[in-house]
Design a protein around this ligand. Structure first.
Ligand SMILES: [Zn+2]
Length: 97
């Protein structure tokens, strides 16, 4: 069964059907090519897969199929967004005098 080892040490298997670790995604442009009644198998073929680690939340995107190396996306803490808002507020206060 194919698997990958996450940065946190968790071993993520992705050969099961259906696979509990696997998520499917499609770009809006690709999805827009479908219309009306669609064969689920056709949409499935157009979608790409990501594997999500249940332990740390890291997502492994297989942009180019399972034969190529996946790209790793690690969740960031929310403070980054609140920092951004604080900076915007400071900028607005400066502009208002
Ligand atoms: Zn992990």
């Amino acid at each position: 069964m194919p698997s990958l080892t996450c940065g946190c040490g968790e071993i993520l298997h992705y050969g099961e059907i259906p696979c509990p670790n696997e998520w499917l995604f499609i770009s809006d442009v690709e999805f827009d090519k479908f219309s009306g009644a669609v064969d689920a198998e056709e949409i499935y073929k157009a979608m790409k897969s990501l594997i999500k680690c249940g332990r740390c939340g890291t997502m492994w995107f297989f942009w180019n199929g399972f034969q190529a190396e996946p790209q790793q996306y690690v969740p960031q803490p929310k403070w980054h967004l609140s920092n951004q808002k604080n900076n915007e507020l400071k900028t607005r206060k400066k502009m208002m005098g």
